[in-house]
Ligand binder design. Sequence first.
Ligand SMILES: Cc1ncc(COP(=O)(O)O)c(C=O)c1O
Length: 513
Amino acid sequence: MAEQKFVGTPRKATTHVNQNEGLIFEKSSPGKKAYRLDELDVPAVDAGALLGKSVRKDYGSLPELSEIEIVRHFTRLSTWNYAIDLGMFPLGSCTMKYNGRVNEAVSRFEGIADAHPYQPESLSQGTLGIMHDLSQYLIEITGMDAITLQPAAGAHGEFTGILMIRAYHESKGNARKKILIPDSAHGTNPATAAVVGYQVQNLKSNAEGMVDLAELEKLVDEDTAALMLTNPSTIGVFESDIHKIADILHAKGALLYMDGANMNALVGKTRPGDFNVDVMHLNLHKTFSTPHGGGGPGSGPVACKAILEPFLPSPVVVKKDNKFALDYNRPQSVGRVRAFYGNFGMFVRALAYTLANGYDGLRLTTEDAVLNANYIRAKLEGIFDLPFKTRSMHEVVFSDKLQSKNGVKTGDMGKRLIDYGFHAYTVSFPLIVPGAMMIEPTESESREELDLLIDALQQIAREAEENPNLVKTAPHTTRIRRLDETTAARKPVLRWKGPEQDGLTRDTPSKEW
Ligand SMILES: Cc1ncc(COP(=O)(O)O)c(C=O)c1O
């Protein structure tokens, strides 16, 4: 075998190789391969003659490594990740629940995983049946009349729902001008309304953190297209006057959009359709346990009442003569919002989750999620400030008011929690709570695990009193300590250019690249 000359950055042996893994480019040596092909047994083709100028000559600087080097590199990097399989994510609003292995097993069945979206309907009866069954269950769970599974995330569901509201008003001759949004809303709500071309009007919450009915009555007029309302809200509170809210809107011809991202606090207990919501989205990656990805692959089905059904994205799965089919003949549809039919793999997982639990199991899941949040609330109330005393549903929002007297902020305590082996809770959101510490344990966690989180937070509160600097400089046990978040946001370095392009040499230590 020819001698391989190593030209990558010479590295010294270090302790903890997993933690000190460098860039894959630093390991590269020209000529290294992770494959070996047999000798050609047919005449070689001249690519230039076939493809002319389209033949690529410059392949850029791609790393060249052997198979085991690649495997070790990515396996080592994977150990830097925090994951639900490693520990708890008490992230409020994000609902990071455990995704049961049965869902994964079902989604990998060959006939499901290998089905092609362009297979003819006659060969897609099973996959269309999965979409149809999931649609029927979600319609039943939400109490609505019709549904689309197309949107790829919660925010995408909002966009689809508001497009449908716009199409509905347009069909009546006036798209209307504004959408009302409470000040506790998730940032995606006002962004959605603006993208669909509506003005956003802010609705102030009352002392309980709910919609102020008198204020709502003042603001709703003939220009109001809808109210976008998260229920339970982002402070984990159920809008107990939701019926009255719907009545106020409907009296002026406006519609009620429910951001159903927090449906994990309602499933099996109450149905938005029954309290007169007109259209809503679900986050399958929150309520129905499908995995969260980095911006996808999520799924945000939109369920609506019959008045909005004509405007649903096309196509819609229908059942005719005992056969499933895709209905494209929808003249009032807002059009397609997603390639093919949505994130199909998520539908399979959500259906597996729904069937594995059954209606009673789903109700129990909701009860456990609410119980867990209230257990944390009861154990930590007094240690941390609780700005809204209204009963909590699936999440509880404290604030750093008591600790900030010693200069310790919510972000510091979130980072200190990492030293105790937990992912941080949600910091600084919702915006109506200054210094918010938003905790959502979900039903996945046992009482033992909740007690560990509570113990960690109690210790952090003690540290904030006795040794605030320890908390302010956390984390202390991670590979990287505090990042310069401003520079990371303002001047992100998203691409490795290579030392030559940066005017650095291969001898420059990697940290300076
Ligand atoms: C209340 C609320 N609305 C909307 C969204 C947006 O969902 P997605 O991140 O899937 O776009 C979220 C996400 O956490 C949420 O909590």
